[in-house]
Design a protein around this ligand. Structure first.
Ligand SMILES: *Cc1c(COP(=O)(O)O)cnc(C)c1O
Length: 414
């Protein structure tokens, strides 16, 4: 059974001050997980996590991760500016963008961020805009399919990101001739992997590429960025051990010792840009049952909608739902849980077995900490919910207020 990190009693207390819907974050869970990641990679002295800002672009969250040594991974102007405002600077910032506008290269360079080039043509673009920095990274796309033990995990050949193998050799040679001294390699080949093998298999591939690049082009590779993609168990039947960061860290260490160490490259730092793994399980969307409707199916209407969490509508993604106070009641009803958008995909769950829901019940939609509120939108004039941090000491704090009609109208020219 999937447990909520918050009790019904605490939710009743919070909702007296802040009405539903809202995203709630678990400070203790976030901090313990960040420390676990660090210890899983403690064998690598240079290891650093650059939290993928797009997953949860909320300053209170970024600052919490900053306390645990994390940097940030940005991909847009606004993410760069937010990170700057949170006090990240220089090599605290990884700029892993694609189809990058000039202004963003200029901003990233001004902040001293580590720039990760998505394409070979970006070498000349960066040279002409701001010059080539001493420390630089390139994103690799091996093409084809990405498989682990004959199982297709994802399809890099269809992805718009990164450079081909030939291009990355050419890019490194060009960057070297333009004065770059420290090189990094980045690749993101599969998303939400529920496997302890993804990082180790990816790492082995990048380590071999790094050895080849060093031998062929004669560059000093100082870091390898495994990027994001480590998944979380969204479904109750998945087990915590399906994704065990200690096992993952150990798998990467073995590949490192097999490939990099014999090549005399054991000064290479490992970086990650995890988003979902860092925050996903430590956030939830709290909403209240508002209307029920019995036609050809049984519907429960809640006060949140896809504008607060679009993953189910966009990808058919599963998010577990707990009816608070009825954790042990038999799931003898089958409901569609819906928002109120005029859009039939505005459903948090379809044909979901759940206990009988009464109007006013509090529902917790699990695992919304990453790619949750941040993917929100304003269709139907819906206003996105606010965000609350549940502190380790049991207190709670508003970290982003809900949107108001004034926010929605702010860009309008009447
Ligand atoms: C989205 C993204 C991430 C984070 O991905 P998760 O699946 O949340 O781990 C990391 N790096 C880059 C470049 C991304 O685009």
């Amino acid at each position: 059974m999937k447990k909520t990190f918050v009790t019904l009693e605490k939710l009743r207390e919070i909702t007296e001050t802040y009405p539903t819907p809202f995203h709630l974050y678990d400070e203790r869970g976030i901090e313990e997980n960040a420390e676990r990641l660090k210890s899983a990679f403690s064998w690598n002295p240079g290891f650093r996590e650059y939290f993928a800002v797009k997953a949860t672009p909320t300053p209170a969250i970024l600052k919490l991760l900053q306390k645990h040594g994390c940097g940030v991974d940005c991909a847009s102007m606004t993410e760069l500016v937010m990170s700057e405002k949170c006090g990240f600077k220089g090599v605290d910032i990884m700029f892993s963008s694609n189809n990058t506008p000039d202004a963003e290269f200029i901003k990233a360079a001004e902040l001293g961020a580590v720039i990760n080039l998505d394409d070979i043509t970006h070498v000349a673009a960066l040279r002409d805009l701001v010059g080539i920095p001493k420390k630089i990274s390139c994103r690799f796309n091996p093409g084809g399919t990405f498989e682990i033990a004959n199982r297709v995990m994802d399809n890099p050949g269809d992805a718009k990101y990164g450079m081909t193998r030939d291009q990355i050799f050419a890019a490194f040679a060009e960057l070297k001739s333009l004065g770059a001294e420290e090189f990094g390699i980045h690749a993101f080949l599969a998303s939400n992997t529920v496997s302890n093998d993804y990082y180790p298999v990816l790492a082995a591939r990048l380590f071999r590429l790094a050895v080849d690049l060093k031998r062929t082009v004669g560059v000093h590779i100082s870091f390898i960025n495994l990027s994001g993609g480590v998944g979380i168990p969204y479904r109750p039947e998945q087990k915590a051990g399906d994704i065990d960061i200690m096992v993952i860290g150990e798998g990467v260490r073995r590949a490192y010792e097999e490939i990099l160490s014999p090549a005399g490259m054991d000064d290479v730092a490992i970086y990650s840009e995890l988003g979902r793994f860092m925050l996903g399980p430590y956030g939830c969307l709290v909403t209240r049952a508002m209307r029920e409707k019995h036609i050809y199916k049984e519907y429960i209407g809640v006060d949140a909608c896809a504008c607060d969490l679009m993953r189910p509508a966009m990808y058919g993604a599963y998010h577990h739902i707990t009816v608070m106070g009825k954790e042990n009641a038999p799931a003898e009803h089958t409901y569609d849980i819906t928002g109120s958008l005029c859009e039939n995909n505005d459903k948090f769950a379809i044909d979901r077995p759940l206990p009988k829901i009464d109007m006013g019940d509090l529902l917790v939609i699990h695992d919304t900490g990453a790619h949750g509120r941040s993917m929100g939108y304003n269709y139907n004039g819906k206003l996105r919910s606010g965000e609350i941090m549940l502190r380790s000491d049991g207190s709670f704090e508003l970290i982003r207020r809900p949107e108001t009609a004034e926010d929605y109208f702010a860009t309008v020219i009447w």
